[in-house]
Design a protein around this ligand. Structure first.
Ligand SMILES: [Zn+2]
Length: 223
């Protein structure tokens, strides 16, 4: 019933509301102009996250970090740094399990423990949630909503975690991006991932094309 209400309200009442399916958001609205959102999953990483933060600062870009609670407990100072630098902090579960296989109580515990770790590190309580691997079920979405979270997937998957070559990442993003796109990267990756090198190319390219990078919450405002 909740899902039906959400679908009805987004399509019929708020013309500028972002498109969603099954109560899950995959992109912002195209009515927001050339705004897009970079997202980074699975961190913080002990040094890769700081490299990405410095690169984002270099280009004046704000992004959204979907943080694993366990990693926030290992590296709380990096979570705090993400907040200080003006990025959005979001919830990516505590231990990164396949949530659709868990009970509602277990799903709740995963989200709440991650919230607690992120809040302890930064003072911020996330409003957005992304299930590990983007694997959601009705129960996952409903449980997240009961905890006040909006479930976010993505529009463009860069496959950076799979050691995709820099130029392949760049060409994929160039070919796929549109106004309102939510782009998936990872800040916690295998050592041979090319995330940073791809960002060095794609961020200034997209800015040159007139795109503005905003946080996911800003993107969803549809302005
Ligand atoms: Zn993940």
């Amino acid at each position: 019933m909740l899902l039906l209400l959400l679908s009805f309200s987004s399509s019929s009442v708020f013309a500028a509301a972002p498109p969603e399916k099954d109560g899950v958001i995959f992109s912002g609205t195209t009515a927001c102009g050339k705004k897009i959102a970079l997202t980074f999953d699975d961190g913080p990483h002990p040094y890769k996250t700081m490299q990405i933060l410095d690169l984002l600062d270099k280009f004046g870009v704000k992004a959204t970090f979907f943080i694993i609670g366990e990693n926030a407990e290992y590296y709380p100072e990096i979570v705090a740094e993400e907040a200080v630098r003006g990025h959005e902090l979001a919830n990516h579960s505590f231990t990164h399990p396949r949530l659709s296989k868990l009970t509602d109580a277990e799903i709740s515990a995963e989200i709440e423990r991650a919230d607690a770790a992120i809040k302890k590190a930064s003072g911020v309580t996330p409003r957005l949630f992304r299930p590990p691997e983007g694997a959601y079920s009705e129960n996952v979405v409903k449980t997240a909503a009961n905890l006040g979270k909006t479930t976010i997937i993505w529009t463009v998957d860069t496959l950076d975690w799979a050691k995709t070559a820099r130029d392949a990442i760049v060409e994929n993003v160039k070919a796929s991006v549109t106004s309102g796109s939510i782009i998936l990267f990872h800040d916690y990756t295998h050592k041979d991932a090319h995330t940073l090198e791809a960002l060095e190319v794609i961020v200034p390219y997209l800015q040159g094309e007139g795109y503005e990078f905003v946080t996911v919450s800003e993107l969803l405002k549809g302005k």
